[in-house]
Write a new protein. Structure first.
Length: 318
């Protein structure tokens, strides 16, 4: 069934190519019967049919690769087809104008230069799309984070834009030139597994070893994160009021990131409440100047003045 589908896609370009080859080979016989030479027509039709057949063959190769490996972007497939048809059109123009290939290329290059200046923004997006397709920083189905632009799953890579579906199911269409200037983080390459981390602050009175043990025990009850490699806890900073910890864990897929963070934070919060761990609080110390003596009443007035809201300005009428 699959072979029959492939043959259906190739039959019309092949038939057209055979007809064009027949017109070129049997040109003298056709001219004697019809009284008109169809050699040029056969050459033009043959060039276009060859480009059509080549694009169909590459499409079949790309479809077969899709079942075994990561699929080619649609942009790359369209680019191959455009290059094949462009070569066919240049060759057809050379045949019709009866000039060499260099002359046809020169004329077509001039036309492309004029059109490129008129649609330079479109050309910039298209060239950026070609560069992204060649370098392949992401593929269809990858979860990416484009700096200050979007974070989501790549749905389609087109000539001028890339379509991304965010975690909130928002469909975003981003110009390729804008993406090419940004930093791209791919969470799906080279493997979909990656390590994430949470930042926590616990009161300074809680010992570091006790805090690590409590956090690891709570994280061990999680069901959404991977057990191997095992999660761990690292101290990031020791402060006067609180200590900062980084909880590092591994995820199997990026789309689980939000749910995993929610589960871990809920488990850690429950463990902290059961252990009655105090929340970190900022401490502010006020020192009196030693050279000047200040009465308690004046000291309280000065403190109230410092932390009070700024006075409202009254409108002065002339």
């Amino acid at each position: 069934m699959r072979l029959l589908s492939y043959l259906r896609r190739l039959i019309w370009p092949s038939v057209l190519l055979l007809v064009a080859a027949g017109l070129v080979i049997f040109d003298q016989d056709v001219e004697q019967r019809v009284g008109l030479s169809l050699r040029l027509l056969g050459g033009v039709v043959g060039c276009l049919a060859a480009a059509w057949l080549g694009s169909r063959l590459f499409g079949l190769f790309a479809d077969r690769r899709r079942r075994h490996k990561r699929p080619y972007p649609r942009l790359f497939r369209d680019l191959v087809a455009v290059l094949l048809f462009f070569a066919a059109i240049v060759a057809s123009a050379a045949l019709l104008l009866e000039q060499g290939l260099l002359g046809a290329l020169a004329g077509s290059s001039l036309i492309l230069a004029v059109l490129g200046f008129a649609i330079r923004n479109v050309v910039a997006d298209t060239l950026s799309g070609i560069a992204l397709s060649v370098e392949a920083p992401y593929r269809i189905g990858d979860w990416v984070d484009i700096e200050q632009v979007a974070r989501g799953k790549v749905i389609e890579i087109g000539w001028r834009s890339t379509r991304v579906l965010t975690l909130d199911s928002t469909y975003m269409i981003l110009p390729n030139s804008q993406i090419a200037r940004r930093r791209i983080i791919n969470y799906s390459a080279p493997k979909p597994q990656y390590r994430a981390q949470l930042s926590l602050k616990l009161a300074h009175v809680v010992p570091v070893d006790a805090a690590k043990e409590m956090i690891l025990k709570a994280v061990g009850e999680a069901r959404l994160i991977q057990s191997e490699p095992a999660p761990d806890v690292r101290v990031q900073e020791l402060g006067s009021d609180s200590n900062s910890y980084a909880v590092r864990f591994w995820l199997s897929r990026f789309e689980r990131d939000v749910d995993c963070r929610d589960e871990l934070l809920s488990l850690i919060d429950r463990a902290m409440r059961q252990a009655k761990v105090p929340t970190p609080r900022m401490q502010i110390e006020l020192h009196r100047p030693h050279r000047e003596t200040m009465r308690p009443v004046d000291h309280e007035t000065e403190v109230a003045r410092i932390f009070a809201a700024p006075p409202k300005l009254e409108r002065i009428e002339a």
